[in-house]
Design a protein around this ligand. Structure first.
Ligand code: Z16
Length: 841
């Protein structure tokens, strides 16, 4: 391409193409230029928001230069690319991350100080990009960070929601949802009006034989919605690679938007058509681990899959390769079953549009896709009703039936005597109405299926997908234990700890090779080091205490043990177990003499997390936590011994303040229900201890850091089924200590006892599905052990340092390398030359 451009033109471009700032003065000049021209503001009306905007635009310019080069380099290298399809990307803020990644945060800090601003205040102006619910969305964001940092040619594909996850307020102890309109000023996205795809819905299928005797299938007379690309740069840490996250926005197609209607005065219905199209990308569904089968959600899924697939195929076709080489050039990872229609869409493109034979196409499809499962909870497994798909995507339903037919025929051949097996593995559930089981379709259409932690990957093989292990053999199923990016979750969130670690092990290399943390172990007995370590934790607790002071209006003692549970509110995550434990502690304090109270370890119990707006029980749990806080926090008998705090609107940027401040964090799901958990990793990496069940990644964390460094309790996953059975058919009794807690609630200690009736009866009368009662004793005893352990601060700090030193495994870099080697079959791009060029200029 380059050689087709005349020499003199190339010279001119080279001469004037921007190089990007590196010094403080250059940064200031760029920022001020943006403030005065791009934003049309001046020294006299430059508030913190304007200063943020100018800073962001200056850094954005820098990123764009590397971003363009990366994209050119990747196109030129012509290697296989990975496409990560995810309905959620929980990115959080971008500026701090960008500054650290290009290594110019200190430059910006000094420059902003010159201009009269504190960098922390400027960073805090940014609105979180909150296009996700929880773990799954944040995992996708960590993966993008690692893929860029490791120089993989990888793109994310998602939806550009106008409204991200709602903002949470607490009013009278109840959750209230506020819409999160976040696009007012978003310097991190680039509309690509020249990159669009027309996506079809509804209509009907016409099959006929053409003049040459060929079967033609055409899907026609549907409604067309246009997908427009918005690109977001994803910078890697300490590398010139800047990858691309492409988010699709929906609008009425220009062909579709009815000018005829408009001209004849039917404004209302013309505008209604337009709005219906825009509704597709309007709002993120606020459910974590729950699928509700709404038509708009299915429309979102198809809209995003179709746009992404056509974009990928278009790029492939430019390479002029044979179709048989498709999966040498393209790997697509499905983040949960949400993008499963991509499988069907690729088959449709190849067969209906490109004219390939069915088998040839299917071979390409199945060698392209990988599927990651993130849950075994039945209510979270996607099923779409056949009539719904029939109406919205008539051709896709035919293709799904054909995929199923061929699959079932192959199963029948191999297991001719097993009629039941066919019914069990069929993509179609024979219910009323019939349902399409998306996970089964995802398995059948992929070459690899993985779970996200060892226990979870074992569980999917022995429970929900066991028949498929029989059909395909065990090798199709594998494990890739989740990880987190140490750049955001250590270096950015906890700069002092990162600096202390770097000073001990000699460099910041551990941020790129987290196993280097093991070099800390020799220092566990270094007095001075331990003192600094403890001081940093204390400073982080002071910072959280200040946050609590400003947001809640009361003070907590930073010397107290900070006990934190922040995550989506869900019965399986068992925030109710935590708050019942708090009530148990409160009752114990109330019954003590002043002397006894003196021996106690003061504690601050911090909760945070959003409940899905329609999840009534989760909202009841939030309500109870807040009501307990109201009573406990003003009880003079208790004072500093116990405080209960519900932090509003937990999100990524708040996590960056909360995570470094914990002494102990709670990961207490009923064994076998939390696929992995990733905040457990964040807390330990920041020197916190864990109280947890033997669930998800807790098990592997224990193996890595050692049993003496974690507080485990509760029943094992393998015993859960029997226990549940016993609740219904045995002589089941609720734990007596828990009964006392319930009595305390029922007395009205925390206000209207009726408000919490369902929470109690779920345990007492309806089988205690999440085994709160079974684990209550063990939980409380373990909390007592924690109090004891915390009294020995020296031993506590030893545990803390040892744990951090052994956390190397849990970086998302390791995780991405595993995906790349065992599923995607891709290798990093060589950027050594680029780095050298940059070092010279
Ligand atoms: C989600 O956040 C998760 C699973 C799922 O099926 C849907 C959503 Cl929105 C979570 C898991 O609950 C969690 O255990 C896991 O760590 C996370 O996905 C990332 O794998």
């Amino acid at each position: 391409v380059e050689s087709s451009i005349p020499e003199h033109m190339r010279e001119a471009w080279k001469k004037f193409s921007p190089k990007g700032f590196t010094t403080k003065d250059e940064f200031e000049s760029e920022a001020v230029k943006h403030i005065e021209t791009t934003l049309a503001r001046s020294l006299f009306n430059c508030d913190e928001l304007a200063a943020y905007s100018g800073t962001a635009l200056a850094f954005r310019d820098r990123l764009i230069i590397d971003w363009n080069k990366t994209q050119q380099r990747q196109s030129f290298a012509d290697q296989k690319r990975l496409y990560y399809l995810s309905l959620e990307f929980l990115m959080g803020r971008a500026l701090d991350n960008a500054m650290l990644n290009v290594g110019l945060k200190n430059v910006a800090k000094d420059g902003l100080a010159d201009l009269g601003f504190r960098i922390e205040d400027i960073i805090a102006q940014e609105h979180d990009a909150a296009l996700g619910n929880g773990g799954l969305g944040r995992l996708a964001a960590c993966f993008l960070d690692s893929m860029a940092t490791l120089n993989y040619a990888a793109w994310g594909y998602g939806l550009r929601y106008r409204y991200g996850i709602f903002k949470q307020e607490i009013q009278d102890g109840y959750q209230v949802e506020i819409p999160d309109y976040w696009l007012d000023f978003n310097p991190w996205e680039f509309p690509r009006h020249d990159v669009s795809v027309d996506v079809q819905f509804y209509g009907w299928v016409n099959k006929y034989t053409n003049d040459e005797g060929k079967q033609i299938v055409s899907w026609q007379d549907g409604e067309i919605v246009t997908a427009t690309a918005y690109d977001v740069p994803v910078p890697g840490y300490g590398t010139p690679t800047v990858n691309n996250l492409r988010l699709w926005s929906s609008k009425a197609s220009s062909g579709e938007f009815d000018f005829a209607k408009f001209n004849s005065g039917e404004y209302e219905s013309a505008v209604a058509d337009e709005q219906r199209a825009e509704t597709i990308s309007a709002v993120l569904y606020p459910n974590d681990n729950l699928e509700r089968g709404k038509e708009l959600r299915l429309k979102q899924q198809y809209f995003w899959c179709a746009a992404s697939l056509h974009d990928i195929v278009r790029r492939f076709k430019k390479s002029k390769r044979k179709w048989s080489e498709f999966s040498d050039q393209v790997a697509i990872q499905l983040n949960d079953t949400h993008p499963t229609l991509a499988i069907v869409e690729l088959q449709r493109i190849l067969v209906d549009m490109e004219g390939l034979g069915w088998d040839e196409a299917w071979t390409i499809v199945t060698s392209t896709f990988g599927y990651t499962n993130h849950t075994v909870l039945p209510e979270a497994l996607e099923k779409w009703s056949v009539p719904l798909i029939q109406n919205l995507l008539p051709r896709h339903l035919q293709i799904i039936y054909e995929i199923n037919l061929q699959f079932l025929q192959s199963v029948e051949k191999r297991f001719p005597k097993d009629r039941d097996l066919l019914g069990r593995v069929s993509i179609i559930e024979e219910s009323q109405p019939k349902m399409v089981r998306m996970a089964y379709l995802a398995i059948i259409g992929s070459h690899k299926v993985n779970g996200v932690a060892e226990l979870h990957s074992d569980l999917i093989k022995t429970t929900i997908f066991k028949d498929f292990v029989k059909v395909y053999g065990p090798d199709k199923f594998t494990n890739v234990t989740n990880g987190i990016t140490p750049r955001r979750w250590l270096h950015q969130a906890n700069p002092r700890l990162s600096e202390l670690i770097a000073s001990k092990i000699g460099s910041y290399e551990f941020l790129k090779d987290l196993t280097l943390l093991n070099k800390l172990e020799p220092f566990v007995d270094d007095k001075e080091f331990k003192k600094e370590w403890a001081e940093i934790k204390y400073a982080n607790k002071v910072r959280l205490a200040q946050h609590i002071q400003t947001t809640k209006g009361y003070s907590v003692n930073p010397k107290a043990l900070f006990d934190i549970q922040v995550k989506r509110i869900h019965e399986y995550k068992r925030q109710q177990l935590n708050i019942f434990g708090v009530i148990h502690r409160y009752m114990a304090i109330k019954s003590m003499s002043p002397e006894e109270r003196k021996k106690l370890v003061p504690r601050v119990s911090v909760f945070g997390g959003k409940a899905a707006p329609g999840y009534w029980m989760a909202k009841t749990i939030i309500h109870l936590i807040n009501k307990v806080g109201e009573v406990v926090n003003k009880d003079p008998d208790v004072g500093d011994l116990l405080k209960v705090v519900f932090l509003e609107d937990y999100n990524v940027s708040k996590a960056e303040i909360i995570v470094p401040a914990s002494d102990i964090s709670e990961h207490i799901s009923t064994a076998g229900t939390e696929a992995s958990g990733t905040s457990n990793m964040k807390f330990v990496l920041n020197g916190g201890m864990i109280i947890g069940t033997l669930d998800g990644a807790n098990i592997e964390i224990t193996r890595e850091i050692g049993e003496q460094n974690i507080f485990l309790f509760g029943n094992l996953s393998e015993d859960v089924e029997d226990l549940r059975h016993h609740h219904f058919y045995g002589d089941y009794k609720v734990n007596p200590e828990l009964v006392k807690v319930f009595d305390c609630i029922k007395k009205g200690t925390f206000g209207d006892e009726g408000a919490f009736g369902a929470l109690i009866s779920g345990i007492v009368e309806h089988g205690d599905y999440y085994l709160v009662s079974d684990d209550f004793n063990s939980y409380c005893q373990t909390q007592d052990l924690i109090d004891e352990a915390y009294k020995d601060q020296d031993a506590w700090v030893t545990k803390s340092i040892t744990s951090v030193a052994r956390m190397g495994f849990f970086t998302s870099d390791r995780c991405i390398n595993e995906y790349a080697d065992t599923i995607w079959n891709i290798e990093p791009l060589d950027v050594a030359e680029e780095k050298e060029v940059r070092a010279r200029t």
